[in-house]
Design a protein around this ligand. Structure first.
Ligand SMILES: N[C@@H](CCC(=O)N[C@@H](CS)C(=O)NCC(=O)O)C(=O)O
Length: 248
């Protein structure tokens, strides 16, 4: 009989969430035996009591570890670092206090800033159809800010940010791929850095995971999407023109 897994990571069915990516990479890097379970956001499965009650916040990702549930990808990373510490397990955060603080700073920043870039280059454009519109002024400003910060921190294209790999490297590479995959301009050194980090086995296991071949248009109706997103607006317009479409 096979041993029960240590943890279960709850993600979404399209395998495009940057937050699930982060938690998945963290578990893989730690070398923890974990299972994945898919929650359909399109079907609002995350709001059903079976998921919403234990996770409290009813979002993905969530981690279940021997009956303990935790949501929020940054909290998941911190928990894994505490419960599966180095040297037995790989570090997710740098050993040096200042580097560790900087890594956390970056991760918090990815989650709270650069909204226009996330809106105009959503992860659907990384895994499904590429964006067709150029970045707006706000999107270009956000891209320029990302590039400015990344250029200050990336010391060499073939080196992680803080000497040894940390989770902020994978998250920065993910963020930079919003530009790379949509053919937006990016300095060559940042492109090489991001492409190298993108090839880590932990990242590849997520990126190459099977996902549905087409993005369901209803994805854009998930209430947590920003109503200002051009993709949300286009989907609503398209569905409005469809006789069987929902009243949007
Ligand atoms: N800050 C959260 C963000 C999680 C998040 O935005 N999850 C999205 C999917 S990418 C979600 O669950 N959306 C459904 C909802 O919020 O109702 C984290 O880092 O985990």
């Amino acid at each position: 009989m096979s041993n029960p897994v240590e943890c279960t990571l709850y993600g979404e069915t399209l395998w495009i969430s940057p937050y699930v990516f982060s938690a998945f990479v963290a578990l893989r890097e730690k070398g923890i035996d974990f299972a994945t379970a898919e929650v359909s956001l399109v079907e609002m499965a995350h709001t059903r009591p079976g998921y919403a009650e234990p996770t409290l916040t009813a979002r993905v990702p969530a981690l279940e570890h021997h009956g303990f549930w935790l949501a929020e990808s940054s909290a998941i990373a911190e928990y894994l670092e505490d419960v599966f510490p180095a040297p037995r397990h790989a570090r997710l955060f740098p050993a040096d206090a200042r580097d560790r603080a900087r890594a956390r700073m970056l991760m918090a920043w990815f989650r709270s800033d650069l909204g226009a870039l996330r809106e105009e280059r959503p992860t659907t454009t990384m895994f499904y159809e590429r964006a067709t519109e150029p970045l707006s002024r706000a999107g270009s400003d956000a891209a320029a800010k990302l590039i400015r910060v990344a250029e200050k921190l990336v010391v060499a294209a073939d080196k992680p940010l803080f000497g040894a790999w940390c989770l902020a490297d994978s998250e920065l590479a993910f963020m930079l791929h919003r530009l790379i995959l949509n053919r937006d301009p990016l300095p060559a050194s940042l492109r090489s850095y991001a492409e190298r980090e993108w090839r880590r086995p932990s990242a590849c296991a997520f990126l190459d995971h099977a996902r549905p071949t087409a993005l369901p248009i209803e994805y854009w109706l998930i209430p947590s999407h920003e109503p200002t997103s051009p993709f949300v607006r286009a989907a609503r317009e398209k569905l409005r023109g469809t006789p069987s479409g929902p009243p949007v």
